[in-house]
Write a protein that binds this ligand. Structure first.
Ligand code: S3P
Length: 442
């Protein structure tokens, strides 16, 4: 019997990436479109929605709380907003699967949305999410007056109590996290007074942009984001760009595989997300950003990538939050670069869908790369031909897709185990990757 865990990918050695493709919609923006659309007054129309498991988990939470949302068809859906106070008691626990963004943003949103109601909600997740730290959201939410409980280890499930009045706080985040920032801003919509969050370094600002798109004023000043509670959201139309995090696998694949020339269409290039372009360019990549345009408050472009010789670098620490989901793929690029690549200041990678530092270091060693994990990053000596081999993705979608691209330059096939979670962010990965020139099957 095939179980979810033993979905394996087999990527054949060799190939190059060619042509023009559009990767699926942005995961972060898709989550937020459902959340804001559900709380808005009126009907929100969404296009470009990512029909992956993580976003469907968010969608199902709101359906369970009485919001009518149409089934996504070709990335289009409609949300009949219920207004800020319109969510109803769910009949069961709310299971958000593998999605950290759902759990952390909903912790704040629901603390507010049930602050005048007499029911509790419980958020649960899969085995990976059940190991991830949640105190980073529950501690500041408690400062606002919310009652949110984790289990003893500070991990899910989360129990959120209704009827707890919220008051705005002025919070300085100890880590650069868009999920924590967004969680507190969403709770702040329901708080008395002003809620301010100061970030130690810029992180993705889709929440701030989309709040404004729904007519909610947000002030941003020197890394401090503030909003006044008690307002309302007005339904709108949202056109979601392709996800730069999904485009990344193809950017790296095209860069390392000789003779490649690929164009990635309609990709979101919000400056809080383009660390991967900056880092690959510093390493010598050939990346052309073309036809820049604004689509509903988010910058979008077509990105053309040709193969190039890479050199190792010390990755600038200020780029880390701007490329936070792209490091597994960047490590593949580093393995193909001449000389040493050093990443520091990236301890957050240890608490993603897997410990991405250890998981990547282990897999790279299997492929013959000299890679050493450090507490806050990795050291990779690149430049030698990768071997084939059998690597573990640890159920982490981005690790799986990164090792798939490594096959383009390996001298043997790469088998990757535990790949079912690729469906969380990129359900058509196998199809698109084959179309582009990788030979991969599951
Ligand atoms: C996300 C924020 C980031 C990122 C995650 C999506 C978001 O997490 O890694 O994939 O949509 O806000 P952190 O806030 O934990 O860095």
């Amino acid at each position: 019997m095939t179980t979810e865990k033993n979905v394996s990918f087999i990527a054949k050695a060799g190939g190059r990436l060619k042509g023009s493709i559009r990767v699926p919609g942005d995961k972060s923006i898709s989550h937020r479109s459902i959340m804001f659309g559900a709380l808005a007054e009126g009907t929100t129309h969404v296009s470009g929605f990512l029909n992956g498991e993580d976003n469907l988990a968010t969608l199902n939470v709101f359906r369970s709380m009485g919001v009518c949302i149409s089934d996504p068809v070709d990335g289009q859906l409609e949300i009949q907003g219920v207004g800020m106070q319109g969510l109803q008691a769910p009949t069961d626990v709310l299971d958000v699967g593998n999605s950290g963004t759902s759990m952390r943003l909903l912790a704040g949103l629901l603390s507010g949305a049930i602050s005048k109601k007499h029911f509790n909600v419980v958020l649960t997740g899969d085995s990976s999410l059940s190991k991830r730290p949640m105190k980073r959201v529950t501690v500041p939410l408690q400062l606002m007056g919310a009652q949110v409980e984790t289990n003893e280890a500070g991990t899910p499930p989360l129990t959120i109590h209704g009827g707890k009045k919220l008051t705005g706080i002025d919070y300085r985040m100890p880590m650069a996290s868009a999920q924590v920032k967004s969680c507190l801003l969403l709770a702040g919509l329901y708080a008395d007074g002003k809620t301010c969050v100061t970030e130690p370094a810029p992180t993705r600002d889709h929440t701030e942009r989309m709040l404004r798109g729904f007519g909610y004023p947000v002030e941003v000043n020197n890394g401090k984001i503030c909003l006044q509670g008690g307002g309302k959201l007005t339904a709108t139309s949202i056109d979601i760009p392709a996800d730069i995090s999904s485009a990344t696998f193809f950017m790296v694949g095209a860069t390392i595989a000789e003779g490649s020339d690929i164009t990635l269409e309609h990709v979101g290039i919000n400056p809080t997300r383009t660390g991967v372009i900056n880092i690959l360019r510093l390493m010598g990549a050939s990346i052309e950003v073309m036809n820049e345009r604004d689509v509903g408050g988010e910058p979008v472009a077509d990105i053309r990538v040709k193969s190039a010789e890479l050199k190792g670098i010390h990755i600038p620490e200020e780029q880390v939050p701007l490329a936070i989901d792209e490091f597994p793929a960047i490590f593949i690029a580093a393995s193909c670069a001449t000389g040493e690549t050093l990443l520091t200041g990236a301890e957050e990678l240890r608490v993603k869908e897997s410990d991405r530092i250890q998981a990547m270091a282990d897999g790279l060693v299997v492929l013959g790369v000299n890679a050493q994990a450090t507490p806050d990053g990795i050291r990779i000596q690149g430049g030698n031909t990768l071997t084939g081999g059998h690597v573990e993705s640890h159920g982490d979608h981005r690790i799986a897709m990164s090792f798939a691209m490594a096959a383009l330059v390996a001298d043997g096939d790469i088998t990757i185990s535990d790949c079912a979670n690729v469906r969380t962010s990129f359900p058509d990965f196998i199809l698109l990757a084959n179309q582009a020139g990788l030979s991969i099957s599951d």
